[in-house]
Design a protein around this ligand. Structure first.
Ligand SMILES: NC(=O)c1ccc[n+]([C@@H]2O[C@H](COP(=O)([O-])OP(=O)(O)OC[C@H]3O[C@@H](n4cnc5c(N)ncnc54)[C@H](OP(=O)(O)O)[C@@H]3O)[C@@H](O)[C@H]2O)c1
Length: 321
């Protein structure tokens, strides 16, 4: 099969279109013919090998040579323990471990996949999984946003952020979106009430406090985050610097005891229940998976360059066939 592979961490120039062996599903997996795959922050991080957690599979060079977590396609083969799907089903979802999707075929277990709604294209379906589930868990399942609350989303113009802004508005919050200047109009179009250009202003130094902060790209100290939280407010680290992770693990409980402010990691559980829930919101039109650009599989390096250069608004999708 054709796949986009990389054998060293680096810029999109290290990506190559190659013929590689088709993966073989285990008893708990399905083989899926991939029609579309979307790009997430996890691909951008996996490509460059930063932050350090992006090298979990291989410290010096990538262990898994194919990036891509969010696929939509058709089931070709089912392992003997698969009960919910059969060959021919149109499915979509996340590949655990966030790799294997930039290819003509990929394997995935049934717990992170769902049947693709008939009214949705493969591209639209591929745009939802990782980003939509992060946003749903951050805003609804774990964040439990209430009407009238002040919510800030840091990295709001990217994959998960574009879903999170819409969800926070849907649940009645007053939303502040933080991203680069080129994405601020986009954030307004998603419903953000306030916008902050991270290249000019630091939201932790602006004197405003929030009930909930969803941070998709954390790099400040936990004390800065505590300053930006209301008493009893919650800060969720989703992605960002490993130094912040250590601070949260070691200082987060102490800050909670001293101030009541909840500074913690959002450990997203990959499951099809939440995938179906966010997809139903998309089907009803309450949330829109915003696809900025589409590329072919051979154009994947260009697609990742577009994302890495900070230009992508919402999702970028690769159409495989
Ligand atoms: N916790 C978990 O269980 C879990 C699970 C899956 C994924 N993740 C993580 O989720 C994270 C976010 O994913 P994503 O797909 O939404 O990423 P994304 O699509 O790359 O979006 C990140 C956004 O943040 C913006 N940004 C960059 N630097 C910024 C800064 N200093 N301040 C504010 N915004 C900034 C980016 O804009 P530019 O274009 O300017 O760079 C981009 O719009 C990744 O780190 C991924 O590893 C976590």
């Amino acid at each position: 099969m054709k796949a986009i592979i990389y054998t060293e961490y680096g810029t999109p120039d290290v990506l190559q279109l190659k013929e590689v062996p088709q993966p073989v599903p285990t008893d708990d997996e399905m083989l899926i013919k991939v029609h579309a795959v979307s790009i997430n922050g996890s691909d951008r991080e996996g490509l460059i090998g930063k932050p350090l957690y992006a090298r979990m599979g291989g410290l010096l060079k990538p262990h898994y040579q194919i990036l891509g977590s969010d696929i939509a396609g058709r089931v070709e083969i089912v392992g003997k323990n698969i009960t919910q799907f059969q060959p021919g089903d149109e499915v979509f979802g996340e590949i655990p471990g966030y790799h294997g999707g930039f290819a003509e075929y990929a394997c995935a277990p049934e717990k992170t996949l769902a049947k693709k709604p008939a009214g949705m294209t493969f591209e639209e379906a591929a745009a939802i999984p990782q980003a939509g589930v992060i946003a749903l868990q951050g805003m609804r399942e774990k964040g439990q946003v209430q009407p009238g609350q002040n919510v800030l989303i840091n990295g709001a113009g990217g994959s998960a952020g574009s879903f999170a802004v819409q969800l926070a508005k849907l649940y009645g919050a007053e939303v502040t979106g933080v991203d680069n200047a080129g994405k601020l109009d986009f954030l307004r179009s998603l419903g953000a009430d306030h916008i902050i250009d991270y290249t000019r202003e630091d939201f932790t130094k602006m004197g405003k406090q929030y009930d909930l902060i969803l941070d998709l790209i954390a790099h400040r100290s936990v004390f800065a985050y505590a300053r930006a939280l209301k008493p009893n407010g919650t800060y969720f680290f989703v992605g960002g610097s490993v130094a912040v992770i250590f601070q949260i693990l070691f200082l987060g409980p102490w800050i909670r005891r001293m101030t009541g402010k909840n500074i913690r990691m959002l450990v997203v559980s990959q499951n099809n229940k939440d995938l179906i829930a966010i997809t139903e919101l998309c089907e009803s039109g309450k949330v829109v998976p915003v696809i900025d650009r589409r590329y072919s599989l051979s154009e994947a390096p260009e697609a990742l360059r577009y994302v890495a250069e900070g230009r992508a608004k919402g999702k970028v999708v690769i159409t495989v066939i």
